[in-house]
Design a binder for this molecule. Structure first.
Ligand code: TPP
Length: 287
């Protein structure tokens, strides 16, 4: 890793820590929060929004922007904190989280600037991402999807964040088949593989065995990483943009609740935000 990369990774690590803390205060607005899945995916979301993605917070509707489709739309608090930090809306608005009539609701929705997909019902986001990725290859009303060898370049890239529990849903695999069939090399799926879903371990709920092998079997290029090691996240996102002819899946092995030691590796899915938790969050994440 070059010195320049080293500095980038350090900056992103600092950002991810700060945003974890910000998002704890977002959760505090409701008194309860999607702590586990927000924190496990925090490093991936940080690297996407503050490093990899081509986007412009002053123009959320810019047609050429890269898309972030957060299919596990309940993991919203960290994304809200990150979007505010990026400048999509004022930080003050974070205090309206979950309030009646507010834009920031308890699942991501497209009323929020910077959010391209409304989540809630799991299993659907990858299909949406496939459609978006196809759209990036359509350059005009006249030009339609053309044979890959004669294709125009994609106008933007699409990143789709999925949960490992979510991958129980059959529709994920229909979408995976389509993405490979249409050779959507502008599509990267990132599975936040934190080993838990709402009611227990992924393994005991419905064991899908190796998600890496499954995506590979569907015709994707696949990489497995430690999704809470920023250097690995950055390297995997670099790898993804160089891939040609196939969609890419990054299986990010993560820790549910990563960042607050007392919660790590527990199924801290939807957690009461107590003063004690805020204190331990500040202790673990500040400085
Ligand atoms: C179709 C559907 N079924 C069930 C749920 C209820 N649900 C909400 S979160 C969740 C667990 C998802 O697990 P995972 O994808 O691993 O998310 P993470 O652990 O990262 O939060 C479930 C089953 C839902 N939102 N949508």
């Amino acid at each position: 890793m070059t010195r320049q990369n080293d500095a980038l990774v350090k900056d992103l690590e600092v950002k991810a820590r700060k945003l974890r803390l910000d998002s704890l205060f977002v959760m505090k607005e409701m008194g309860i929060g999607w702590l586990g899945g927000s924190f496990s995916s925090a490093d991936v979301v940080t690297a996407l929004l503050f490093y990899r993605m081509r986007h412009d917070p002053t123009r959320p509707e810019w047609p050429e922007r890269d898309r972030l489709i957060v299919s596990k739309g309940h993991s919203c608090e960290f994304v809200y904190a990150a979007l505010a930090e990026a400048g999509y809306f004022p930080r003050e608005e974070l205090k309206t989280y979950s309030h009646t009539g507010a834009r920031l609701q308890t699942h991501l929705n497209t009323r929020t600037p910077g959010v391209d997909y409304s989540g809630g019902s799991l299993g659907l986001g990858l299909s949406f991402a496939v459609g978006s990725a196809m759209g990036a290859y359509i350059h005009s009303v006249e030009a339609n999807l053309v044979a890959p060898s004669r294709r125009y370049p994609a106008r933007f890239r699409v990143y789709c964040l999925l949960g490992d529990g979510e991958c129980n849903e059959g529709q994920v695999w229909e979408a995976a088949a389509n993405a490979a069939h249409y050779r959507l090399d502008n599509l990267t799926a990132i599975v936040d593989s934190n080993r838990f879903q709402s009611t227990g371990s992924v393994e005991r709920t419905l064991n899908m065995l190796s998600l890496a092998e499954k995506f590979r079997g569907f015709g994707w290029q696949v990489r497995e990483i430690d999704g809470n090691k920023m250097a690995e996240v950055v390297a995997a996102l670099e790898w993804a943009i160089s891939a040609q002819g196939k969609p890419q899946a990054i299986i990010a092995h993560t820790v549910k609740g990563k960042g607050i030691p007392a919660y790590e590796n527990t199924n801290c899915h939807f957690v009461k935000i107590t003063d004690e938790l805020l204190r331990s969050g500040q202790e673990a994440l500040q400085g």
